[in-house]
Design a protein around this ligand. Structure first.
Ligand code: ATP
Ligand code: MG
Length: 560
């Protein structure tokens, strides 16, 4: 992993340096990436991954993948598998074998008994709604539960009864006994355990009580010896609770410290797993790995290089206040990477037939085309050429508007890597649509110039009709039309773009595109970057267009 240009001055790194200087955790730096396996990872998680694993790399520390699997109702092995695959794809490896909060259920339970014995936790018989109402709110007093003053003995017996199946789901909870008037709502006797008779994907039915996030997270950090526990800003309020829980336990290592950073947000993008799960479930997209999804597996299928995602995350840095980044910035990193790496190929998405009337009957030859002008070592290839070609429908106009320099009657253009052609005539169907363009070619213009040096104003791409291969190409638009889906409390799904995918089934591609490998990204000349599907390389997905929209946005902003 390259760290040369990483953001070495952000406040998280500054804090690690300070902690090391003070020897707060000796010379140890240990982080973790703690996803809940209730969905696929998205680009926001990439920020957390790059930060946690990046710190471990830079400071010679360790970082573990740990599944925060404390909610059996929504978690699944499919998610565990996808998260492990996505992490590997992004280029990171857990420092030790994958950890699971569920591995710590016994320790968490024992620590809960320890709290009860100290008089710091109690069993409450009230239901979730009552407990929630009694918490009060900002400036509103909390109400103490009538069960708050049970003795430790009574609480211990009841808590063991909860564990042993003596009570129905929801009949009782274990709560921390802190302060029902605390100005921080998180400290108003938060719930630590719930009864839930669900099959857990790892512990099956060995447990019917499950710890909450607040009781599992910090304790798991402490068990593993995490030093810096990094989470997103919405957990700031939980930090005093994180500390409170740990302060009352006998820990195997120094007490970990929680630090919050800004979550990644992107325009035209929703990063809530719950919302993403909803559009998977209702079939709006084909799955978590649909190329329109902001998930890592969606972006991978779309053709985003992992290195571009890492470079983007590095560029935006780590801050203490939330902000929204333009999706065009992410796309510009993708384009920059692909410009270096992608082979150039020709593909015609909406074909229109060109017939070269002076082409020698039946003759076929091949012309030489450059594979990547950014990289000489990518070499050249032979592209078959013949008297019947496909060109893009857009590249011909019977009545050209002003400043239209591509093909039109009487106009000469260059065929990329081929010859100059001049349109002479057309055939049309009954509706007057052009079905064929008849052209003549200049035999002296092979390779793109003529002995007399005459200039043409346009170069267009083409595919030999006899050699072209038919493929399906998916074009994508924003999944959400609103730049800020869900702003002002609206439902983000209300701005789903019904035209986010356009599938073209009649695209004609040059023969070299018949042997791309799954997932390979190529540039279709003049059209953009396209990825061969991971499962079916006869389907291509437009990764990103060629135009640098990020540059345009910046120009517009500078112009005010
Ligand atoms: P959601 O709110 O969509 O359910 P989450 O935060 O609950 O997401 P987790 O699986 O708990 O998802 O996240 C694992 C880690 O990734 C957490 O440490 C979380 O803070 C971090 N993370 C999640 N979303 C983002 C984001 N948009 N930007 C940065 N980090 C994120
Ligand atoms: Mg979470």
């Amino acid at each position: 992993m390259t760290t040369a240009d990483s953001n070495s001055t952000d406040f998280v790194r500054a804090k690690v340096i300070e902690d090391l200087a003070a020897g707060k955790f000796g010379q140890r730096v240990q982080t973790r990436f703690p996803p809940e396996p209730n969905g696929y990872l998205h680009i926001g998680h990439a920020k957390s991954i790059c930060l946690n694993f990046g710190l471990a790399d830079e400071f010679d520390g360790t970082c573990n993948l740990r599944f925060d699997d404390t909610n059996p109702d929504t978690e699944d092995q499919e998610f565990i598998d996808s998260i492990e695959a996505d992490l590997a794809w992004l280029g990171y490896t857990s420092s030790s074998e994958t950890k699971y909060a569920s591995d710590y259920f016994q320790q968490l339970y024992d620590w809960a008994e320890h709290l009860i014995e100290q008089g710091l936790a109690y069993v409450d018989d009230q239901d979730a709604d009552v407990i929630s109402a009694q918490r009060g709110g900002f400036g509103q007093p909390g109400v103490e539960s009538p069960y708050r003053n049970r003795t430790p003995e009574e609480n211990l017996a009841l808590f063991r009864g909860m564990r042993d199946g003596e009570f129905a789901d929801g009949a009782k909870v274990l709560r921390a006994k802190i302060d029902m008037q605390h100005e921080n709502m998180q400290l108003r006797d938060p719930i630590l355990y719930r009864i839930r008779r669900s099959q857990h994907h790892r512990t099956a039915d060995s447990w019917i009580i499950y710890p909450t996030y607040d009781w599992a997270h910090g304790q798991s950090d402490a068990i593993e010896g995490v030093t810096q526990s990094l989470c997103t800003l919405e957990f700031s309020d939980h930090r005093p609770l994180y500390d409170w829980c740990l302060e009352h336990l006998d820990l195997p290592h120094e007490k970990p410290e929680q630090t919050e950073f800004a979550r990644l947000a992107l325009t035209h993008t929703v990063l809530s797993k719950r919302k993403l799960a909803a559009i998977v479930a209702d079939g709006t997209v084909d799955g978590w790995d649909d190329p329109r999804m902001p998930t890592l597996s969606g972006l991978r299928r779309r053709g985003y290089p992992a290195s571009a995602i890492r470079a983007f995350v590095d560029k935006i840095g780590v801050a203490r206040t939330n902000s929204v980044h333009d999706i065009e910035l992410l796309e510009s990193f993708v384009r920059t990477e692909l410009n270096e790496s992608a082979l150039r190929r020709m593909a015609v998405l909406r074909p229109l037939k060109v017939i070269i009337t002076n082409w020698p009957e039946g003759e076929e030859l091949s012309v030489e085309a450059v594979n990547n002008p950014q990289n000489d070592s990518a070499g050249t290839r032979k592209v078959p050429f013949s008297g019947e070609l496909w060109i893009e429908q857009d590249d011909f106009k019977l009545e050209p508007p002003p400043k239209y320099y591509r093909l039109s009657p009487g106009r000469e253009v260059r065929l990329r890597a081929g010859y100059y052609i001049t349109a002479t005539d057309v055939t049309t169907d009954e509706q007057g649509n052009v079905t064929e363009v008849h052209c003549t070619y200049d035999p002296q213009s092979e390779g793109g110039s003529t002995p007399d040096g005459r200039k043409v104003k346009a170069t267009i791409h083409w595919v030999s009709a006899a050699h072209g291969i038919g493929r399906t190409v998916n074009l994508y638009d924003r999944l959400f039309t609103d730049p800020h889906p869900g702003a002002d409390g609206a439902d983000p799904l209300a701005s789903l773009n019904p035209q986010s995918r356009e599938t073209l089934t009649g695209a004609m591609l040059e023969p070299a595109l018949g042997d791309v490998s799954p997932g390979q990204v190529v540039q279709f000349e003049r059209l953009g970057y396209f990825a061969a599907d991971l499962d079916d390389p006869a389907v291509f997905h437009r990764t990103v267009g060629l135009r640098d929209e990020w540059a345009n946005i910046q120009k517009r902003r500078q112009a005010g």
